[in-house]
Design a protein around this ligand. Structure first.
Ligand SMILES: *[C@@H]1O[C@H](CO)[C@@H](O)[C@H](O)[C@H]1NC(C)=O
Ligand SMILES: *[C@@H]1O[C@H](CO)[C@@H](O)[C@H](O)[C@H]1NC(C)=O
Ligand SMILES: *[C@@H]1O[C@H](CO)[C@@H](O)[C@H](O)[C@H]1NC(C)=O
Ligand SMILES: *[C@@H]1O[C@H](CO)[C@@H](O)[C@H](O)[C@H]1NC(C)=O
Ligand SMILES: *[C@@H]1O[C@H](CO)[C@@H](O)[C@H](O)[C@H]1NC(C)=O
Ligand SMILES: *[C@@H]1O[C@H](CO)[C@@H](O)[C@H](O)[C@H]1NC(C)=O
Ligand SMILES: *[C@@H]1O[C@H](CO)[C@@H](O)[C@H](O)[C@H]1NC(C)=O
Length: 458
């Protein structure tokens, strides 16, 4: 079962917990040891253990300045798969490169949290964990986003400015199907072209390493479109159930795949199912990545689609309708949104095709990075994204393929400007009344079963 399978009530419980937390928290700069970034929340060490790859062909060397390529077919060549673990199988830990990455970590700074366990149904068990003290800031149990480890920054989970919508997609790049032609009306580059053709929309993408190695041309298209690429692990396990070696390997192979495909090294990652604690955060941080969660969940992965679930379309429509209405009626006025969405299957892509235009009329839709003011999301600092890169902003008018409205004035931000600073209150530090007890997470075993079935979620 997915944590959000029981939709309605839980969704809104989570949303209100997240928004309660939001009202007390801004991404902290004091927690960050970083001196190389402009955001104060990025990780501190450039990964030194990745191989040197020849620059991949067909990849921009920096942010795009001309017209975007919106051709509808992409090369299906894979990376050299013999160099990688089997796609969608567990990330292998015994490779010398993984061991080098492991050995580069200062394990004295990583909390000694035991890997979590799953029950016979494949759900993570919370039984032994002390929810009240929450020693490891385990999001799955308490929605904790503020690490107990002093060198770790707070997770990113909202846009600071009310009215901003930090657009993002998990689980890509969505590979084409050899067996079901219908799905290829939704697999990449369909979503990326849709974004390019709708106001030159930018977004942050959380990529699965296994999907990158089998479809690197889609990753190339994404980066050439000015989208931001982050890590979403190699095989999509619940990361707190993994050993230290497995955590390193899940990160390592994904970072390597992205580096080989598009020649960048992301500073950002999102935990599958949101399952993260301070042990996993600390490893991610030392491997160069900040943790990014969300404050709204569309549950789009659970709609009836290829490998999806049974959540009615109307229900997901209802969430979007509610968010749009709340923004319009002024009740959504404290912080901006990071809403979990997916490029997982035909249903999730169709949902974006349906809702993005409405979101663009209601919110200032941009990448998560843009809403945070992060212009250098990779360790390769030649990649500098413009601030205000998309939507209704005045800057970043970089693509002539954008629709005529791409570079409209930023006056749309006016209504929310006053609310932008409203996140400095001190209440609600931790609403750990938490929905944890009603949440559960798929186990590695279930994850594996889903992989076999060609199913992968969040
Ligand atoms: C793929 O990688 C393997 C192992 O590194 C290597 O032996 C082989 O020559 C490579 N194949 C190609 C086509 O580059
Ligand atoms: C895919 O989309 C095209 C139009 O873009 C349409 O003509 C075709 O019928 C669609 N194919 C399927 C299998 O839905
Ligand atoms: C999505 O794909 C599945 C499998 O091909 C199909 O059964 C379903 O009708 C499709 N839904 C949409 C909205 O395209
Ligand atoms: C605004 O809209 C939201 C979502 O429909 C609703 O929950 C809320 O009660 C509304 N608030 C006001 C003041 O109308
Ligand atoms: C943002 O731009 C879109 C498309 O140009 C426009 O329709 C919409 O009204 C704008 N949004 C706001 C809040 O001004
Ligand atoms: C981006 O736009 C906001 C208003 O939406 C403005 O306050 C900010 O200064 C802009 N940033 C840059 C770098 O121009
Ligand atoms: C926006 O794009 C148009 C067309 O490419 C260009 O002529 C114009 O100079 C650009 N404006 C800015 C502010 O970059």
């Amino acid at each position: 079962m997915h944590p959000f399978q029981q939709t309605g009530a839980i969704l809104f419980a989570l949303a209100s917990i997240a928004s309660a937390q939001s009202s007390s928290a801004t991404p902290s700069s004091s927690a960050s040891p970083s001196s190389s970034s402009n955001s104060g929340i990025l990780a501190q060490t450039s990964p030194a253990w990745l191989p040197q790859f020849a620059a991949p062909s067909g990849v921009n060397s920096g942010y795009p300045t001309g017209a975007l390529d919106t051709s509808t077919t992409l090369d299906k060549a894979t990376l050299n798969l013999t160099d990688y673990p089997e796609p969608w199988a567990a990330a292998t830990t015994d490779h010398p490169e993984v061991k080098a990455a492991y050995n580069a970590i200062d394990w004295t700074k990583v909390p000694d949290a035991p890997p979590n366990k799953a029950d016979s149904n494949g759900d993570i068990t919370f039984g032994d964990y002390d929810q009240n003290t929450d020693p490891y800031c385990w999001w799955s149990d308490t929605n904790c986003v503020k690490p107990k480890v002093n060198y770790l920054p707070e997770d990113v989970y909202y846009c600071p400015k009310a009215g901003d919508w930090g657009l993002n997609y998990d689980d890509g790049p969505y590979n084409p199907s050899d067996s079901d032609a219908l799905l290829n009306n939704y697999s990449e580059p369909v979503l990326y072209n849709f974004l390019a053709e709708n106001n030159n929309q930018k977004a942050t993408l959380f990529y699965i390493g296994s999907n990158v190695v089998t479809y690197p041309a889609a990753a190339k298209r994404a980066i050439n479109d000015g989208l931001v690429i982050c890590v979403h692990t190699w095989s999509h396990p619940a990361m707190t159930t993994q050993t230290n070696e497995q955590v390193v390997a899940e990160f390592y192979w994904t970072l390597r795949a992205i580096k080989e495909a598009v020649n960048v090294t992301p500073k950002c990652w999102r935990p599958p199912f949101g399952d993260v604690d301070d042990r996993v955060r600390a490893i991610a941080w030392q491997m160069g990545m900040t943790t990014m969660i969300w404050n709204k969940d569309s549950n789009d992965w659970n709609m009836p689609g290829d490998g999806g679930g049974n959540l009615p379309w109307d229900t997901v429509d209802g969430y979007f309708e509610g968010w749009v209405e709340a923004r319009k009626n002024g009740s959504d006025n404290t912080v901006g949104t990071i809403c979990l969405e997916h490029e997982l299957n035909n249903a999730t892509v169709k949902m974006t095709e349906k809702w993005l235009p409405t979101l663009q009329q209601t919110f200032d839709v941009k990448s998560i990075h843009d809403c945070l003011g992060i212009t250098q999301p990779y360790w390769e600092d030649k990649w500098v994204y413009p601030a205000n890169a998309s939507g209704n902003s005045t800057i970043g008018n970089s693509s002539s393929t954008a629709s005529s409205s791409a570079a409209t004035s930023s006056s749309s931000n006016g209504g929310s400007a006053a609310a932008a600073g409203a996140s400095s209150g001190s209440s609600a530090a931790e609403s750990s009344t938490s929905s944890a007890s009603i949440m559960s997470l798929p186990s590695v075993a279930l994850g594996f079963a889903m992989v076999v079935a060609g199913v992968f979620i969040s």
